[in-house]
Design a protein around this ligand. Structure first.
Ligand SMILES: Nc1ncnc2c1ncn2[C@@H]1O[C@H](COP(=O)(O)OP(=O)(O)O)[C@@H](O)[C@H]1O
Ligand code: SF4
Ligand SMILES: [Mg+2]
Length: 332
């Protein structure tokens, strides 16, 4: 059953930045989709659009169908209900999302009181259970955010996201502010929880290796577009788009935080959405660009079973193995 379907989503910020350009996504109940791409490629804009959390003045086009109902035209009361009980979102930087003057247990209990109409005692009990579920003792409910480590606070955020039994979790780089070991732990925790409860997941991360491990499918975004998508392991180990290849080569090893932000062999940065290059937006950085790439954009096209990529080379094969594929081959 389809839980979420995004059709031709276009998001333009008030200043004219076209941050998401024609994105289509389909997520079945219980499916896990990873979204990858460098900073500035439109991943957070996409996540925010799903729950209508974008700043006012932003132009949004297309459709975001939640169980067939368009989030973009829903009344606000309905949007609020969907945000807690349907789909909930975990952001990076839990310290800013938690209220410093309230105990974390009360913050987890609050949406249960409001949206589930539970009694105070029921909500407190559920908050304790949720904390244990994310690997913290229930007694930590009495702690204030500053008494917890960054990793513990992020666990609290995950407990809050699970509070009203949502069917979909949107996790936007939930671990970027944490150290590398804790990052992998938290990403795996989210993967394990959604698998246990058969929730849908949209996980945005720089860490392609963890996305490949946690998700069924992967979408790679560049300059506001999905440029490659397919089964997660295949996209990670054998990407078809030159940008997918650069990302895959950049993230094979846990423990090197610098490499997460600098795809190997790829100079420069993604373009600013208010001044996109002509043709294929990736052409100024593409190691295998052809003459026509500066004028001719490429739509997503068939790139094998269940796979699509937006590159002129898709029918042929882009040369050169990726580091991830080399690692996979050389591991016992
Ligand atoms: N509120 C905003 N107003 C104008 N531009 C924005 C706003 N938020 C993000 N952008 C721009 O939109 C583009 C995509 O940003 P974002 O969705 O945050 O990317 P990502 O999450 O992939 O790093 C960036 O160029 C960013 O500068
Ligand atoms: S279409 Fe051209 S510029 Fe774009 S990714 Fe493919 S080869 Fe590179
Ligand atoms: Mg972001």
């Amino acid at each position: 059953m389809t839980l979420l379907e995004v059709r031709n989503l276009e998001v333009t910020y008030a200043g004219g930045a076209a941050a998401v350009r024609g994105v289509d996504l389909v997520l079945g109940a219980g499916q896990k989709l990873g979204v990858a791409g460098e900073s500035g490629c439109g991943k957070s804009t996409l996540a925010l659009a799903l729950l209508r959390l974008l700043p006012s003045g932003t132009r949004v086009g297309g459709e975001i169908l939640w169980n067939g109902e368009d989030v973009l035209t829903m009344r606000w009361g309905r949007v609020r209900a969907v945000r807690w009980a349907g789909a909930s979102i975990v952001f990076q930087g839990a310290m800013h999302s938690l209220n410093a003057v309230h105990r974390v247990g009360d913050q987890i209990a609050e949406p249960i009181l409001v949206h589930r109409r539970a009694t105070a005692a029921q909500a407190r009990r559920k908050a304790g259970e949720l904390l244990e579920h994310v690997g913290l003792p229930a007694a930590r409910a009495a702690a204030y955010p500053h008494e917890l480590s960054g990793g513990q606070r992020q666990r609290v955020m995950i407990a809050m996201a699970l509070a009203c039994d949502p069917r979909l979790i949107v996790a936007d780089e939930p671990t970027t502010a944490l150290d590398v070991m804790i990052q992998a732990q938290i990403l795996r925790l989210i993967g394990q929880l959604v698998a246990e409860q058969d929730l849908g997941l949209i996980m945005i991360s720089h860490d392609l290796a963890v996305l490949a491990e946690t998700c069924d499918r992967l979408a790679v975004m560049y300059a506001g577009r999905v440029v490659e998508e397919g089964p997660a392991r295949e996209v990670y180990e054998d990407p078809r788009h030159p940008y997918g290849r650069a990302l895959s080569a950049a993230f094979p090893r846990i423990g090197d935080p610098a490499s997460r932000f600098a795809p190997r062999g790829l100079a420069g940065d993604p373009p600013d959405p208010s001044g996109l290059p002509s043709g294929c937006a990736f052409h100024p950085r593409c190691p295998v660009a052809l003459d026509g790439c500066a004028t001719q954009d490429q739509a997503l096209r068939d790139a094998g079973p269940g796979r699509r990529a937006a590159c002129v080379h898709v029918e042929t094969t882009v040369p050169g193995p990726t580091a991830a594929a080399e690692d996979a081959r050389s591991s016992p």
